[in-house]
Write a protein that binds this ligand. Structure first.
Ligand code: AKG
Ligand code: FE2
Length: 212
């Protein structure tokens, strides 16, 4: 499957592309997301604790790659596409936004001294894959570089969150604008500077849920 580059913005290495996943795979991922969803959380940059917040209004599923061949395959494809080993990826997330759902303006990377940096370093890159067309709204917006990405099935973006010293890149500020009509399904993958160890507690919860 050939990846086609639609546009590039050099300031944050933003690449808009099509062809990393097929429409059929998008439907498959939506089905997996729908059957594993929980309310999304955000990690606190100081305490390192995850909590629900009004700024991230979506449902999220983080299915284990070893339970779903398509997730394993996708992680591999993303690693080849970005040229960084799979071990640097945090668990892949499938996000579902309904009308009013949004991810308010934020950085994916952490500031110096944040406890999350201990596991894998900073979130160097983000990959978002759009799994469906949104009737209205749901654009991914980068205000500093005045760029909006309109979700469209089978397309995706890749961008840098950090500079060459792995410090937060100001221009990487972004938001998932509110969905106005329809729904929005995406895959989101955060890629670290170094290998990221999936905390055992998450894995255990997942395994338990699977066996119950
Ligand atoms: O929903 C979007 O368009 C943005 C998602 C996002 O920023 C993230 O998952 O880090
Ligand atoms: Fe983000």
């Amino acid at each position: 499957m050939g990846v086609k580059i639609l546009s590039v913005n050099d300031s944050i290495g933003l690449v808009h592309f099509r062809g990393l996943i097929s429409d059929k795979e998008c439907s498959e991922l939506i089905a997996i997301g729908g059957s594993n969803a929980e309310p999304s959380e955000v990690v606190d940059g100081v305490s390192g604790v995850s909590h629900q917040t009004p700024g991230r209004r979506s449902m999220v599923a983080s299915p284990a790659a070893d339970s779903y061949p398509i997730i394993e395959e996708l992680k591999h494809r993303i690693a080849c596409f970005v040229g960084i080993a799979e071990e640097h990826q945090e668990p892949l997330q499938i996000l579902h936004y309904t009308p009013g759902g949004a991810y308010d303006i934020h950085y994916d990377s952490f500031l110096e001294g944040a406890p999350q940096l201990k596991n894998g370093g900073n979130r160097m890159l983000t990959v978002l894959l759009y799994l469906n067309d949104v009737e209205e709204g749901g654009w991914t917006q980068f205000p500093h570089i005045m760029t909006n990405i309109v979700p469209s099935v089978g397309t995706g973006i890749l961008f840098r969150n950090t500079d060459t010293q792995n410090l937060q890149l100001r221009e990487s500020l972004h938001a998932g604008l509110p969905v106005v009509e329809g729904e929005k399904w995406i895959v989101s993958v955060w890629i670290r500077e170094r290998a990221y160890l999936v905390p055992l507690v998450n894995r255990t919860t997942e395994i338990l849920r699977r066996t119950l």
